[in-house]
Design a binder for this molecule. Structure first.
Ligand code: 5RP
Length: 226
C-alpha cells in the first residue's frame, strides 16, 4: 500500500494553495504530502502549517514549512490528515500513531477536514482496528475496568513502544480497545467521554468532509461526506 499512500499524499499537495495556513496531520500518508510540499517550497511556494503532533512538527520544519501554534490563529480553512479506518458515512478511527488528541483539536478548528488514505482504510463498519482511547496515567486501570465492565469492548491493550508504555505528546497513555464491530460510533464516543480519566477517543464523528483514497493501480478516488 506504500505506492497508494505516496500517490495520494503527493496528489493532496494541490489542495494547499500559496499563502495558506493549514492543519497538517500525522502518519505515513501525510509524510508523502510533506515530501511533495517540500519540492514545491524549493520552487517558491510559501505555506504555513499547524502540526498535529511533535513528529509532524519536526517533519514539516525539516521540509522547510513555516510552523505555527494553533493559538496563533483564529480558525483554519483546511486540515489534511490520515486515518486508520473510514466508514461509508465518513466516521473515522484515528490514533494509530498516537496523535489523536491534537489531531482532533486541529480538525475541530478547521472548516474542512480532508482525509488522505490508501484503500485498505475503507471499511463497511468501524472496529476491526483497535480503538485508541487516550487516558490520564493516574488510575488508568480503573478506566480499563469501566470500559470492560460496560461491555464496550472485549479486550484492552495498554499501548507499548519499544517495550515501554507509550506516552503521548501530551503525556497521556493510550488504551487500544478491541471492539470488533462498532455499531453506533457516535454513542460510543459519548459513553467513553463520560468515564473519568478519558481524555479523548479516536472516534472522529461527523468531522471529515472528504476523503482522497489512493489505490495500488494509481487511481485516486474522491469521496464526499458532506
Ligand atoms: C495518528 C493517526 C494517523 O492519521 C493515522 O494513523 C494515519 O495512518 P497512516 O500512517 O496509514 O497514514 O491517526 O494518530
Amino acid at each position: 500500500m506504500e505506492l497508494a499512500k505516496k500517490n495520494v499524499g503527493a496528489y493532496a499537495a494541490d489542495l494547499v494553495k500559496p499563502g495558506m495556513v493549514f492543519g497538517l496531520g500525522s502518519g505515513t500518508t501525510v509524510y508523502w504530502l510533506v515530501q511533495e510540499l517540500a519540492t514545491r517550497i524549493s520552487q517558491g511556494l510559501e505555506i504555513t502549517a499547524v502540526p498535529t503532533s511533535e513528529d509532524t512538527k519536526r517533519l514539516a520544519e525539516q521540509a522547510g514549512l513555516k510552523v505555527i501554534d494553533l493559538n496563533e490563529i483564529e480558525r483554519l480553512e483546511l486540515t489534511i490528515d490520515g486515518a486508520d479506518e473510514i466508514d461509508p458515512r465518513g466516521q473515522l478511527i484515528k490514533g494509530g500513531g498516537g496523535a489523536l488528541l491534537q489531531e482532533k483539536i486541529v480538525a475541530a478548528a478547521s472548516k474542512e477536514l480532508i482525509i488522505i488514505a490508501d484503500s485498505s482504510k475503507l471499511v463497511a463498519s468501524l472496529g476491526k482496528f483497535p480503538l485508541p482511547v487516550e487516558v490520564i496515567p493516574f488510575g488508568y486501570k480503573q478506566v480499563e475496568h469501566q470500559i470492560l465492565d460496560s461491555g464496550i469492548c472485549n479486550k484492552i491493550n495498554l499501548r507499548k513502544k519499544d517495550g515501554k508504555t507509550f506516552v503521548s505528546d501530551h503525556h497521556h497513555y493510550i488504551l487500544d480497545c478491541e471492539c470488533e464491530k462498532i455499531v453506533d460510533a457516535a454513542s460510543l464516543n459519548i459513553s467513553l467521554h463520560l468515564i473519568p480519566g478519558v481524555v479523548e477517543t479516536g472516534l472522529f464523528i461527523d468531522m471529515a468532509n472528504k476523503a482522497l483514497i489512493g489505490y495500488e493501480d494509481g487511481r485516486i478516488e474522491l469521496i464526499n461526506f458532506k
